[in-house]
Design a protein around this ligand. Sequence first.
Ligand code: AOF
Ligand code: ZN
Length: 401
Amino acid sequence: MCRDQDDRWLARTLELARQGAGRVEPNPRVGAVIVKAGELVASGFHRNYGSLHAERAALSAAEPDLVRGATLYCNLEPCSHRSPRKKQPPCTEAIIAAGIGRVVIGHRDPNPAVRGEGIRALERAGITVDVRGEDADESPFLRENEVFNTVMALGRPFVHLKAAISLDGRLATTGGDSRWITDGEARTAAHRLRAESDAVLVGRGTVEADDPLLTVRLPAGEVQGSSPAPRPVVLDSLARISLESRLVRERGNELLLCLGPDAPERRRAALEARGVTVLEAEGVGGLDPASVLKCLGTAGIRSVFVEGGAQILTAFLRARLYDRLSLYFAPILLGRGREAVGDLSVATVVQALNFESVRWETIGRQQCFTGLRAGWQEEILGVLRESERERTKGGPQCSRD
Ligand code: AOF
Ligand code: ZN
């Protein structure tokens, strides 16, 4: 089968996968097509969390006679495992039982329960498996499930940093005024990004300056997606957030408050009495981003949209604990003002924090940048390679099922 044909069918699986966006989380978006003699036999995608996997959806839509000896394309490696919490039976079993002759996938599944096991189960049954989407510099397959892949491979929430800044890189005036740097169109775009995340994170300083609610506000009629509203998160090492802030008064029950080891017990009790969930993070004089992410992961947060301010933005950048950065440049100059990003320990340009999958877009009067951390894809693939090495070190293995 020629490579062009494979690429074309695989691209189709991504289009199908996208139809599950907003409904399948925390599971991945997956699409599958079955092809025989260059003709489409059937297709399917993962529709809702807990429902049929894409591979089984495609198989059940196909004429059984046509499936035998056909090729199945899927953007993700088919699952091969069972576990008490797993909702669906292994797709590899259905693929083998149906008599599929060849499987072409976008990338291996970084889920620790899979990581190549799906491929091996198929190969043991005599099925040829080709992985086509891991070689490209900016693989669209790995990017389609950026949150899922990050959580599964790196074991921490996906971190999306965002800031609205002036042309000269200022987050606020010298006096601290930062309201309305960008216009309504850019703010709506940022609210769409909020809606995609499990949590929206700010520092205590931002709460004091802006008294935000951190809700998703979109124009009337625009669907907000079916996932629950993102939870507000505030980093507040000394528990100094005002009990009168709108977040505590109006969203206390949803609020996740990260406190440091020196937070006074009395304050903590007062906040908990208002329904606030307290998370104990590490770090003195500014919480440690790694510890914050660990707390959030334990609280079930899989993706976090970090909205500032400068101290927090800098802390995540310095720790190299971020996956995506989105910057909205407004066509204004603020002069001295407050810089958006502090010291990043960059001595030479080659050490600069760099980005891949870069996109620039004009939104209203703003120029909007978004990019993934350079090395993100390599890190995910590195984890897959490492578990492959671990497995071969242990010698030949049988199925884990
Ligand atoms: C999906 N949809 O189309 C594929 C998935 O709890 P379960 O049984 O739904 O299993 C979820 C895991 O199955 C998921 O973490 C991923 O590793 C694998 N593949 N999942 O939800 C699909 N193909
Ligand atoms: Zn599956």
